[in-house]
Design a protein around this ligand. Structure first.
Ligand code: NI
Length: 170
C-alpha cells in the first residue's frame, strides 16, 4: 500500500516520534508499506512521521538510483551512537519538501544502532551518502527537517512557498 506523503507546513512533521516497544505484525506491515511508498515516490529514505505515523521507523535505500536493485534497510528505534568530526556536504532533498535541493553539511561518517525487523539489535557503520541519509532520517524522528540547517532567510522563503501551495490546494 502506498501512503500519501505529508508535506510542509504540516505540523505533524515537527512532532517527535515514539519508540517501538514491540515489533509485531502491524509494525512489519507499516515498514513494508513505507518501502513501497519510498520506491514509488521515488526517494532514498522515508521516516514514518512523513506518512503521519508517529513511530520511530525508517526505511532507507540510497543505492537504488544507481543499480535499480531494491535493497531496503529497515530501522526500528535507530540511534546515532557516534559521529565523525569530519564533515561532508551533499545536495539534500526530502519527499516532504518536494523539488527543493540544498547543500547540507553533516558528519561524513556515523555509527548507529537499531532493531531490525526480527527485533535483533544491530549496529551499522555509515559513510558517504548513507551517512547523510541516516542522519537526515533520524532527524525526522526528532521533528527536524534539512531546511533547519539553512539560513533563516532561505528557510523562511522555502516555507512561505509551501504555505502558498498549501493554500491553493486546500
Ligand atoms: Ni526527508
Amino acid at each position: 500500500m502506498i501512503y500519501p506523503i505529508l508535506k510542509i507546513p504540516n505540523k505533524q512533521l515537527r512532532e517527535k516520534s515514539d519508540p517501538i516497544l514491540e515489533i509485531d505484525k502491524d509494525i512489519i506491515n507499516i515498514l513494508d508499506n513505507m518501502a513501497e511508498t519510498m520506491y514509488a515516490a521515488p526517494g532514498v529514505g522515508l521516516a514514518a512521521i512523513q506518512i503521519g505515523i508517529k513511530k520511530q521507523l525508517v526505511v532507507i535505500d540510497c543505492q537504488y538510483g544507481e543499480n535499480q536493485k531494491k535493497n531496503p534497510i529497515f530501522l526500528v528505534n535507530p540511534k546515532i551512537i557516534w559521529r565523525s568530526d569530519e564533515k561532508n556536504t551533499y545536495k539534500e532533498g526530502c519527499l516532504s519538501i518536494p523539488e527543493i535541493y540544498e547543500d547540507i553539511e553533516r558528519s561524513s561518517k556515523c555509527k548507529i544502532n537499531y532493531r531490525d525487523k526480527k527485533n535483533r539489535l544491530q549496529e551499522l557503520d555509515c559513510e558517504g551518502l548513507l551517512s547523510t541519509c541516516v542522519q537526515h532520517e533520524i532527524d525526522h524522528l526528532n521533528g527536524i527537517l534539512f531546511i533547519d540547517y539553512l539560513s533563516r532567510l532561505k528557510r523562511n522563503s522555502i516555507e512561505k512557498k509551501f504555505i502558498k501551495i498549501n493554500k491553493r490546494s486546500s
